[in-house]
Ligand binder design. Structure first.
Ligand SMILES: Nc1nc2c(ncn2[C@@H]2O[C@H](COP(=O)(O)OP(=O)(O)OP(=O)(O)O)[C@@H](O)[C@H]2O)c(=O)[nH]1
Ligand SMILES: [Mg+2]
Length: 358
């Protein structure tokens, strides 16, 4: 399973242009299907200099960077939650993503409802809330039989659903609803759109240079505690098409230190609160993304179910200590390698060597 982000926004906001920019990757990366899986789904590798250093140290033939899935759906029009436009089908596709990237256009274009970027973003947000209200309504129906038979659990869920409904009706996303003890499970099983974190992308271009977002949009993002970044999707897509050696001078011309898509992907990873651990085994060096707080056993299961089943322990060393030592054997001798049990909480940047009964 990989982590996924869904790109949402009004039609013509520049979603597919951003998708193209994100999926324009160097084919030089070894045999990993970093391809567009579907016209609208792709696996995007994340830059990871720690992995590159580890691969060099271990002379790995194959390097598998961390990656996230990105899903591009058709624009959401007003009424999408009621099935207008291409709405419903795509809202369905978004239920399973982990994060939303909300693209808001700053340029003028034919379909530009609302009065400025913030009000356009509000149209999309309202559709997401309306779709969630439908989901909540369906769930309320579904628990009727349990309620009738006197289930206390169903009664608790009903109270929660009503509180959630009120909150959504007030125009607020589900992620801002303070949860009481035991309510998280109720919320998670609903797969709501507005319970996902959001990263706003202001696609406002002035001669290719990202423009400052308007204050109303900044305020909207701030009030929701969602980050907002600014880029020019068209320019980013152009960068992606350039041969690697031409990128730096091109970026410099626009006063950019790096493609803004790199920044965007870093931000996605931060929002998802993922850490990376590494395995260097045989000819492959690989990075794995897991939620912060993952145990050594959980990490083993991510690599292979057999490793989790027969888990004995894991040798652990941070990537830089391993590099400093010059290899695992030397690191062991220097006492820099620890042996940890199944409940050990893996930290970002650690290299894990699992011992398991096969
Ligand atoms: N001026 C300007 N135009 C842009 C920019 N990014 C995209 N466009 C244009 O906007 C139009 C729509 O871009 P798309 O990326 O296809 O938009 P979309 O959000 O995927 O649209 P739908 O899939 O129809 O919802 C295209 O003609 C793009 O060239 C930009 O940064 N500046
Ligand atoms: Mg599109």
């Amino acid at each position: 399973m990989s982590w996924s982000c869904g790109i949402v926004g009004l039609p013509n906001a520049g979603k597919s242009t951003l998708f193209k920019a994100l999926t324009a990757v160097d084919v030089a990366i070894d045999s990993y299907p970093f391809t567009t899986i579907d016209p609208n789904v792709a696996v995007v590798p994340l830059k990871d200099s720690r992995l590159e250093a580890l691969a060099e140290l271990c002379a790995s033939q194959k390097v598998t960077p961390p990656a996230i899935r990105v899903v591009d759906v058709a624009g959401l029009v007003k009424g999408a939650s009621r099935g207008e436009g291409l709405g419903n089908r795509f809202l369905g596709e978004l239920c399973t993503v982990d994060l939303l990237i909300h693209v808001v256009a700053g340029y003028d274009y034919p379909y530009a409802p609302g009065n400025g970027p913030a009000s356009r973003a509000a149209i999309v947000n309202l559709e997401l809330i309306l779709a969630d209200l439908e989901t909540v309504g369906r769930r309320k129906e579904k628990i009727q039989p349990q309620l009738k038979s006197g289930s206390r659990e169903a009664a608790r869920e009903k109270l929660f659903l009503e509180r959630l409904e009120n909150h959504l009706q007030g125009g607020l996303p589900a992620r801002l609803l303070p949860l009481e003890e035991g309510e998280r499970a109720f919320l998670e099983q609903l797969f709501l759109l507005t319970s996902k974190k959001v990263l706003y992308v202001f696609n406002g271009a002035e001669n290719g240079v990202a423009a400052k977002p308007p204050p109303e949009l900044m305020e909207m993002a701030r009030a929701e505690e969602s980050p907002l970044i600014s880029l020019c999707a068209r320019l980013e897509a152009e960068i992606g098409e350039l041969p690697a050696e031409e990128r730096v001078p091109f970026l410099q011309e626009y006063g950019l230190e790096e493609p803004q898509t790199d920044k965007l992907l870093r931000e996605c990873r931060r929002l998802l609160d993922l850490i990376a651990f590494y395995t260097v085994k045989g000819e492959e060096a690989r990075a794995w993304l897991v939620p912060r707080g993952t145990t050594a056993l959980g990490a083993a299961g991510k690599v292979h179910t057999d490793m989790a089943r027969g888990f004995i322990n894991a040798e652990v060393i941070t990537w830089d200590r391993l590099l400093e030592a010059g290899g695992l054997a030397a690191a062991r001798e220097a006492g820099a390698v620890r042996t940890e049990g199944r409940d050990y909480i893996v930290a970002d940047g650690e290299v894990l060597y699992f011992r398991f009964r096969g």
